[in-house]
Design a protein around this ligand. Structure first.
Ligand SMILES: NC(=O)c1ccc[n+]([C@@H]2O[C@H](COP(=O)([O-])OP(=O)(O)OC[C@H]3O[C@@H](n4cnc5c(N)ncnc54)[C@H](OP(=O)(O)O)[C@@H]3O)[C@@H](O)[C@H]2O)c1
Length: 307
């Protein structure tokens, strides 16, 4: 089979295609014939810092072709989507069964993985913020994989005013089409009226500027692995709450929440309440071009590889 790997740090050009044996599923794992793999911002950033060699790809959709020992609840031939530790950018990949969900009949693999990864993060953030009907929501990086679904979900869950931020005004029409009432540049948030909830996926100065826009008793949910320093004073005088959200930790501590949110997402998809946008699909051997697209900050929705 073909797979993507890299043995030096850098930008997307470090990625290479190689021939390798099809892996065998270990205890609790399944072997998946991969139909779609997500191209993500954490994946792009990790090209520069994870121990080498690396086999990228952490979110996938495909068909089960073999079960490892001790796997219950799945059968060969089922279509599944979810997470794996690495190595999903390949024709075949192994994944822990506990991180997978069955894809409903008729759902395209790219849509399925966008729902179960980006949509899950977005819904987790809105649920963690306890969004109440009519509350205003600001979503940063609102044209991204997580961001565009956070805008759609805020609308579907009854938010009032929805604001999206982008780094480039060329993305504003796309974000409005997802349901945003306003689109603002992420480096020019000062004039934005206060909001009840911020879903923040950029980090750094954008997090601090967005936090300044949180109304009294408002909540900011921080998703980004990019660092940011938060002054306790702005929480105290602003009557603001900041909550961190790690899907890995929720998987570990509250798998029941993950299952409930996935069920909600499939239901929202089935009733056409949400419409994941696929920015582009690339073949496996163009993984570098897919990451270049993401790094250009011009993408509208989710970028996907289809082996
Ligand atoms: N906490 C968790 O468990 C968890 C899980 C998954 C994802 N996340 C986080 O959610 C955020 C969105 O992830 P994603 O995979 O949905 O991203 P994505 O689709 O890959 O979108 C990335 C968006 O991030 C913005 N961005 C900011 N810095 C960038 C950079 N250096 N290069 C390219 N784009 C950049 C871009 O919007 P603008 O150019 O408009 O700013 C772009 O639209 C990330 O911060 C990621 O770490 C967190």
């Amino acid at each position: 089979m073909r797979r993507i790997w890299h043995n030096e740090h850098g930008g997307p050009s470090v990625l290479q295609v190689e021939e390798a044996d099809v892996p065998s599923p270990a205890d609790g794992e399944v072997l998946v014939e991969v139909e779609a793999v997500g191209v993500t911002l954490p994946g792009l950033l990790h090209l520069r810092d994870l121990p080498l060699p690396q086999r990228p790809g952490g979110e996938l959709a495909g068909r089960i072709v073999a079960l490892g020992p001790d796997v219950a609840g799945f059968t060969v031939g089922q279509r599944v989507t979810g997470l794996t530790m690495s190595g999903a950018m390949a024709e075949y990949a192994v994944a822990p069964a506990i991180l997978l969900d069955v894809v409903p009949d008729g759902v395209d693999p790219a849509i399925a993985l966008t729902i179960v990864r980006s949509g899950l993060v977005a819904l987790a953030a809105l649920r963690t913020a306890n969004l109440a009907a009519g509350e205003s929501v600001l979503v940063t990086a609102a044209a991204g994989g997580v961001g565009h679904l956070a805008v759609q979900l805020a609308r579907a869950l009854g938010a009032g005013r929805v604001v999206g931020t982008v780094s480039d005004p060329a993305k504003a029409d796309f974000v409005r089409a997802q349901g945003a009432d306003e689109v603002v540049l992420s480096n020019d948030l000062a004039g934005t009226a206060p909001v009840d909830i911020v879903i923040e996926g950029v980090g750094g100065q954008v997090l601090n500027d967005a936090l300044d826009r949180v109304a009294p008793f408002g909540r900011l949910i921080t998703l980004s692995a990019a660092p940011a320093h938060i002054e306790s004073h702005t929480l105290l005088t602003g009557l603001r709450t900041v909550t961190g959200l790690s899907m890995g930790q929720i998987h570990r501590h509250r798998p029941d929440l993950i299952r409930a949110w996935r069920d909600d997402l499939w239901q929202l998809l089935a009733t056409n309440a949400i419409h994941p946008a696929i920015a582009a699909t690339y073949p496996l051997d163009q993984a570098a071009a897919a990451y270049d697209h993401l790094a250009s900050r011009t993408s509208l929705g989710k970028i996907v590889l289809k082996p």
